[in-house]
Design a binder for this molecule. Structure first.
Ligand SMILES: [Zn+2]
Length: 380
């Protein structure tokens, strides 16, 4: 699983004079055996560099170490990633091996720092969800991110009054007031914790679970900054239900939230286009905008694959044609030009959102908001 902390760690990887190798390779779970040879193909070029006498000796040794380290990591058991990224600076003892839930283009970059742009683009598409299961006396916290749910340390267990202890000798309304006081104190403690964690950007959204009436009580105690991050609530018995159920319910909340957000993005982009603003709709216009680095955010209909062509000289993208209308060279056929477009957008610092929700994008395939109006398209 790809975590924001991992990306932070990779970003801090410094060669201090030695090169950092970043290497991305697509992984096809249906054809696992292809993976080692795809990695080997990339490593071949790194080896050439490691043997290049014009490169400083320490750098060459470090690169050689990187190749060895990655060759070792390739053999590791993997479940179902769509791509794997390796970051290595063996001369400084740095190594990271990250599985990605989205395919990325095979390539390697040797530089003073790690090249993380494709990682960041994948991260941007997933929301970090804090799952909170709360009742009148306890609270548990989990991180739900890309299909994994992990409990955060530090459950809250505040003092509650239980029937057998409190009944003796206390008048009923006193007991009642005491119970209310303790409950409020508990809810406030949970709210404060979430408020602090929200300020530290530990999560993007919250899925809140518990008994319906207790959730309603608890919501009253949340400051506005926390409340606006609530993606949804779900009913569970905080003390009885097993983790699997809590997780499934929380995942449904995230799923609904993401579909609604996708619908919002599609609607906004289509409206912007309709009002003559900086946006394009449809594959042909998006391909040109992508090839000219004009895309701010690209929306892609999830799981759509369309064959096309790409010019390796200038990045021109097309659904049809053999010859690039920009430079006149022959274009390379690609089984999926939508994927090539997404990679081009990521390379230029734009973002990509895959849309699984039912929206008009199903008909248009792609739409994008733009940074600037693209230049006029060349005649085909
Ligand atoms: Zn060209």
């Amino acid at each position: 699983m790809l975590q924001a902390e991992t990306v932070d760690r990779i970003l801090r990887m410094r060669g201090d004079g030695l090169p950092v190798l970043s290497l991305y390779v697509r992984f096809d779970p249906a054809d696992r055996r292809a993976f080692p040879s795809r990695v080997a193909e990339q490593l071949h070029e790194v080896r050439l560099l490691a043997g290049d006498p014009s490169v400083e000796r320490d750098s060459r040794l470090s690169l050689r170490g990187d190749v060895g380290r990655i060759e070792e990591a390739v053999r590791q058991e993997r479940l179902h990633p769509q791509a794997v990224a390796f970051f290595s600076c063996s001369g400084r003892g740095g190594f990271e091996n990250v599985e990605l839930p989205r395919p990325v283009r095979d390539r390697h970059v040797v530089d003073a720092t790690a090249w993380v742009r494709p990682l960041v683009a994948v991260l941007e598409e997933y929301h970090r969800c804090r799952v909170v299961v709360v009742d009148r006396g306890r609270a548990r916290f989990f991180d739900l991110y890309q299909d994994e749910m992990v409990e955060c340390p530090g459950r809250l267990r505040d003092r509650t009054l239980r029937k057998p202890d409190y009944a003796a000798g206390m008048r009923e309304h006193t007991v009642h007031n005491k119970v209310e006081l303790l409950t409020k104190r508990h809810y406030r403690a949970v709210a404060e914790r979430l408020d602090e964690e929200a300020r530290r950007h530990e999560f993007d959204i919250i899925a809140l679970g518990g008994h319906d009436h207790e959730i309603a009580e608890f919501l009253d105690h949340l400051p506005a900054a926390v409340r606006e991050r609530i993606a949804g609530t779900f009913s569970v018995h905080p003390r009885e239900d097993e983790l699997g159920k809590i997780r499934r319910r929380a995942e449904q909340v995230v799923e609904r939230y993401e579909r609604v957000e996708e619908q919002r993005l599609v609607t906004e982009t289509l409206e912007r286009r309709a009002s003559g603003g900086l946006a394009v709709v449809g594959l042909a216009d998006c391909l040109w905008a992508g090839a000219t680095a004009a895309v701010n955010q690209l929306l892609v209909q999830d799981e759509v694959v369309i064959p096309g062509a790409i010019c390796d000289n200038d990045g021109y993208l097309a659904v049809e044609g053999d010859r690039c209308p920009v430079c006149g060279r022959e274009m390379r056929r690609t089984p999926d030009v939508v994927y090539e477009l997404a990679q081009a957008v990521i390379d230029e610092g734009g973002s990509v959102e895959h849309v699984a929700a039912e929206t008009p994008l199903r008909e248009h395939v792609t739409a994008a908001t733009l940074r600037f109006p693209p230049p006029p398209q060349p005649a085909v």
